[in-house]
Design a protein around this ligand. Sequence first.
Ligand code: MN
Length: 259
Amino acid sequence: MRQFFLSLFVFCFALTLYAQTPKLPIIGISGTSNSEGAVQVPAAYIKAVLRAGGVPVVLPINGDIEVIKKMTASIDALILTGGEDVAPQKYNEEPHPFLEKVNPGRDVFDIALVKAAVERRIPVLGICRGHQVMNVAFGGTLYQDIPSQIKTEVLKHRQQAPRRQGTHQVILEENSVLAKILGKTAVMTNSFHHQAVKDIAPNFIITGRTSDGVVEAMEMRDNPRVYSVQFHPESSVAEGADELLPLFTHLVALAGDKR
Ligand code: MN
């Protein structure tokens, strides 16, 4: 009998140790489809997640809401990636002459995916198009083309410099998630966009802008585990730079906390 309780004790102790071992959180990365119909994700997102200690898993585009919900049930955090313009019909506008390539199937997928992820309370990082589509998913709107639709003088938001290079400054709100995890309120970022957030979604707050007023970061009002940026932090992080790595390590840490 004594041996039985001793064994039980050892078993419970081992179980406790096992439960406390930090697991590798699974980070779902929204995929896109190329012109040949192949599913793809730029390797920089994969490298950034690996550098941050997460397990990258590519989520292929599909339009089945039950499949999409199951996808969010099997990941610990979501990254919504960059890409095409969001179709203006998704925020009740007609196309502007300078609207560029859209991908309607991807709009359906991304919008359903981010809504399902937020519903499940998993952390979300939106990047570039991911930031814009998240705003649209929750009721916000976009500038279809910054240079022609913003009447004041704007910065160069489509840099020709290499992807890893920062070209404009983003000023962050003091109490924002981004300012906290980066430990500062001004950061140099790259810029590869001609669209931007116009009306912010009701449940979100703007947390970063460039000096011309363009929205470069936001987070969910009651859920700071959901945050997004207009720039591409994965480009420099994938090449070994550490300045923007906290955007990913924070997400991986939140993902690990979830269960
Ligand atoms: Mn920019």
